[in-house]
Design a protein around this ligand. Structure first.
Ligand SMILES: [Zn+2]
Length: 973
């Protein structure tokens, strides 16, 4: 471990000293610009964060080795709730948080007090995260680092927002937003616990009446009003009678705050438990019928109004609640209702849908065997009925003017009509509630009157976003439909809030731009950040005209220079640098950012930049699990990144987070994997040390034996596979190829040459092969395990850093089909022999191999030829074979041999058949003779090789005649 630690420090220092990751424009080389979502500095990073950043770094290192002038920059996202809420929790003495900071993240307790200041917290964790990124060996150009509260960055965001506003994409108005009542701020995904996007749905509130008192039943399926049989209230929940906009309403106590936040004028008159209203009757506004109020435990008083209409024919919850009541008549007494009352409530069928009876709710409940209204599977049951009815259902005759209408259509029609007639209104609710703010308060929906929005709902903007997506590479491709959906459903997004750190809206300084809106085009800012620092540019110098010139090529630098005092040359350099690095070649992030950040990035780029500067690729990855479980503070299984680095080392950790899963899958970290990776790297290093001691000899093809050529052929195949995998960022597969498959072949090679005669010739070819393998393997491992690979590179006497060395290229001329087939043959013979030994339990002293006779080979190759792309029949085969005089002379033997041959050949893969035809007759005796020493050592017996027709052969049991091409006969004694 000490050894790895030393290597890491050494190479990190060397890289920094040589500035090899400081990337400037170089017109002589193709460029590659890779970025990864910048972190919120509100806590130290843990292993889970390590995956996305390591993936981006491996990508950057790979592209660098592929000859691209590659830029990987980094910045820090101070804006918004994440930092603010964390500082607030700390200031509020949140015990859990303090314990995590001290015990998990090892923050000195005396430090905590100063971290209650948001900016101090951000600066502290900024440094902590940055140190971790250096310690894990990321190839970042740190000259471009910035934070989102830097005054010049604020200028950049102001420019962005004026651009959006000019394009007509900013709106202000009355809109429902996810809201934290405690903070008094809108909440988006990055403001909530567990990063949940609050999803707003619109409930229809149908006015069921009892004289003038309104029971506003909340529903997402207003078309089912014709099937309402009763109203549900939760008997033990608190309800209130309140004046709501002049009417008298019965609603749950919890809904009062929600209604108020949605601009209803609510005045509570009295409060009571739901059971007090049970047994009373209300009128269904659609049918005019009186229906009963009944008690139900499943009714959640926190959901919308807490008043629910019951449609047992089509709603599984309602069906089960009624059944439950029928089964427990003794419970009814306390509410003053009778069994007859309940029995009179029978499901009403109002929708016809294929594959279901009149009462689809009953069908699904029975199918899933649900007994209780508290069964969580009722959610799925509800979804199933809804899905079928919505897509395939038709309104029945008892629905009046909607009869015959498709449910999908009736749903909106009924709603509109009810609202128009004053029999219903609407209310917003979070459909994925409960969603909690980072301050631990449950979020609600608020209608904000003068809220600022970015209007992602604009159809012409959506068209541009789709255009960008269509021309972009999405890794892995299967995520593309998700992007298409998000682009389609995105609508106005609240883009500013009243508190927090960040950039003020340029035209309304009371508002601060929130964190998912000030992080959409900052990749462009990286291209100029370096110049801003080097030239000490002042915020006021970067006017909109200056940004228009730098990023859009508009205006004359001379004129801007005159106005701002910014030198013309500097402006030009910034413009040129932007033009060189843009468009962004790859954006990395976790998959959770698809519904927001990543799609916002697409939208904003299309709004501001011309098409040739739109992003080219997005790579998303899954999460990191800890020994099979989700990583979470409550499980206590979070390992801080720097702790893990200290414990396992940078290279083993990098390998561990990338080697257990491809991009989208969740990877599974465990200390055991990290330990085993460290073991592998140490063995690799040892092999390198030994190989480095022997000189790397040049050799010509003539000195290479078949087994040498086999190893080089395999090596080249692995280079091809690893390259193909890396091109798709299938890093797990690449690691597997380089570390396991190549190693397996190389071990076989070493076994095969263990008995090689020590002549000058073979020594030279061995050293050559060892060095070729080591060279390619080191290069291919370098992006993932850069520290160990640099050390080996130096040991091999290479001048420059491996980080700048070329990735190995696939050399097709090294692919040796014959050598590979020959080796597969030897492996099979060894396996067959070992199987016989195992089956018979003998320890042989002598083993005889009999290679197939020439006529058998002749027959075999003819058969293969005939079977290419078709099935060969034995009778056709014989007809063909009998045309050959020497085969005709042995017709009986040939017939016996071809019997099973035709079928066997038909089962052989086309690829194998073509390869074997290409090779033709293999000299099996020669191959076996050459491997004699190897077999002798492996099997610990005397080896004899014959052709089956050798007159001199030792063959007491008449085994030789069983020989087939590629399967020599074996005799053991
Ligand atoms: Zn809050």
């Amino acid at each position: 471990m000490q050894f790895l630690k030393k290597l890491e420090e050494k190479w990190q220092k060397n890289w920094e000293k040589a500035k090899i990751f400081e990337t400037d424009p170089d017109p002589s080389k193709p460029k590659c610009f890779i970025t990864v979502a910048y972190p919120y500095p509100n806590s130290p990073q843990h292993i889970g964060h390590g995956r996305t950043y390591t993936m981006a770094d491996v990508h950057a290192r790979y592209m660098r080795m592929r000859g691209y002038n590659t830029l990987l920059p980094m910045a820090f996202h101070y804006t918004g709730t994440p930092v603010l809420a964390m500082a607030k929790r700390l200031a509020g003495n949140d015990k859990g948080l303090i314990s995590d900071f001290i015990n998990v993240y090892k923050i000195p307790p005396q430090k905590l007090k100063e971290l209650t200041e948001p900016i101090a917290m951000a600066r502290y964790f900024h440094q902590e995260i940055k140190t971790g990124m250096k310690e894990i060996g990321y190839s970042i150009d740190w000259r471009r680092e910035f934070t989102t509260v830097d005054p010049i960055y604020n200028r950049f965001i102001e420019w962005q927002f004026r651009k959006l506003s000019q394009a007509g994409y900013i709106t202000q108005g009355r809109h429902p937003v996810g809201w934290c009542p405690k903070d008094g701020n809108p909440v988006g995904q990055h403001d909530t616990e567990g990063d949940v996007e609050p999803e707003i749905g619109e409930f229809t509130l149908i006015r069921f009446k009892q004289a003038s008192i309104v029971y506003p039943a909340a529903t997402l399926r207003p078309e089912t009003i014709f099937g309402v049989t009763n109203i549900w209230l939760n008997p033990t929940a608190k309800y209130v009678k309140a004046t709501v906009d002049g009417e008298e309403w019965i609603v749950s106590q919890q809904s009062v705050e929600k209604l108020t936040n949605q601009n209803w004028k609510v005045r509570v008159q009295e409060a009571f438990e739901g059971k007090e209203l049970v047994g009373k009757a209300v009128q269904n506004p659609a049918t005019g019928k009186d229906i009963l109020i009944l008690p139900a435990d499943f009714v959640d008083p926190k959901n919308a109004t807490g008043v629910v209409m019951s449609v047992p024919g089509h709603a599984p919850y309602d069906y089960v609640a009624l059944e439950n009541m029928r089964k427990a008549p003794s419970r009814l007494k306390q509410y003053g209702i009778t069994v007859e009352d309940v029995d009179s409530v029978q499901p009403i069928s109002l929708i016809e849908v294929k594959g279901y009876s009149d009462v689809p709710a009953a069908d699904v409940v029975k199918k899933m065997n649900i007994q209780e209204q508290t069964d969580s599977r009722l959610e799925d049951a509800t979804k199933e009925v809804y899905r079928h009815e919505f897509h395939n259902g038709k309104m029945k005759a008892n629905t009046g003017k909607y009869a015959g209408m498709a449910v999908a259509e009736a749903k909106d029609k009924v709603k509109q009509d009810l609202i128009q007639e004053g029999r219903a209104t609407t209310m917003y609710e979070l459909v994925n509630r409960p969603v909690f703010c980072r301050c631990r308060t449950e979020c609600i929906v608020k209608i904000v009157e003068d809220q600022w929005f970015i209007d992602y709902g604009k159809p012409e903007w959506k068209k541009l976003a789709h255009k960008n997506l269509d021309m972009m590479e999405i890794l892995p491709e299967e995520v593309r439909p998700e992007f298409n959906n998000v682009i389609d459903w995105l609508h106005e997004k609240a883009c500013a809030r009243k508190s927090g750190m960040g950039t003020r809206l340029p035209w309304d300084k009371d508002w601060i731009i929130e964190s998912l809106s000030d992080s959409t085009i900052y990749m462009a800012y990286y291209t100029i950040a370096k110049h801003i620092k080097q030239n000490k540019i002042q915020p006021e110098q970067l006017t909109d005209e200056a940004f228009d010139y730098i990023f859009l090529g508009k205006n004359k630098p001379e004129e801007i220079s005159e106005k701002t005092g910014l030198r013309k040359e500097i402006l030009k350099q910034m413009h040129d640098e932007f033009m060189y690095f843009y468009p962004l070649d790859s954006r990395h992030s976790a998959r959770e950012l698809v519904p927001n950040h990543l799609t916002f990035m697409i939208f904003n780029h299309t709004a501001i930049f011309p098409e040739n500067h739109w992003p080219r690729q997005i790579a998303t990855n899954g999460q990191v699990m800890m020994e099979g479980s989700k990583m979470s503070k409550s499980f206590g299984n979070i390992i801080p990144l720097r702790v893990a680095l200290d414990k396992f080392g940078a290279d083993p950790l990098r390998l561990s987070v990338l080697s257990t899963a491809e991009l989208l899958q969740d990877s599974d970290f465990s200390p055991a994997i990290a330990e085993s990776m460290r073991g592998r790297l140490e063995r690799f290093y040892k092999f390198a040390t030994e190989t480095a001691k022997t000189p790397h000899r040049k050799t010509s093809n003539t000195t290479l034996t078949a087994i040498d050529r086999w190893m080089l052929s395999r090596l080249n195949q692995h280079v091809k596979n690893a390259t193909d995998a890396m091109d798709k960022l299938a890093v797990r597969k690449a690691i597997h190829t380089v570390l396991y498959e190549l190693d397996q072949d190389f071990q076989w090679y070493q076994r095969r040459i263990a008995t090689r005669k020590e002549s000058m010739k073979t020594e030279a070819s061995t050293a050559y092969v060892f060095h070729e393998v080591l060279d390619a393997q080191t290069r291919m491992l370098a992006p993932v395990a850069p520290h160990v690979c640099e050390e080996i590179w130096e040991m091999l006497g290479r001048k420059d850093f491996i980080a700048r060395a070329p990735w190995p290229t696939f050399d097709e001329t090294k692919i040796d089909v014959k050598a590979e087939e020959n080796e597969t043959f030897i492996m099979n013979v060894l396996d067959d022999t070992l199987n016989i030994m195992k089956a018979t339990g003998t320890k042989p002293e002598k083993i005889c191999y009999y290679a197939a006779a020439k006529w058998k080979w002749n027959t075999y190759l003819k058969t293969v030829e005939m079977s290419i792309a078709t099935r060969v029949l034995q009778k056709d085969l014989m007809k063909k074979l009998m045309q050959e005089p020497d085969l005709r002379a042995n017709a009986e033997k040939v017939a016996k041999f071809t019997g099973p041959l035709a079928e066997e050949t038909n089962r052989t893969s086309e690829e194998t058949k073509r390869r074997r035809l290409q090779i033709g007759l293999m000299n099996e005796t020669k191959a076996l003779e050459e491997a004699k020493g190897f077999f002798q050592k492996e099997l610990n017996a005397e080896i004899h090789v014959y052709n089956e027709e050798d007159a001199e052969r030792h063959d007491p049991k008449q085994r030789a005649q069983l020989a087939k091409p590629y399967r020599p006969a074996i005799y053991i004694e």
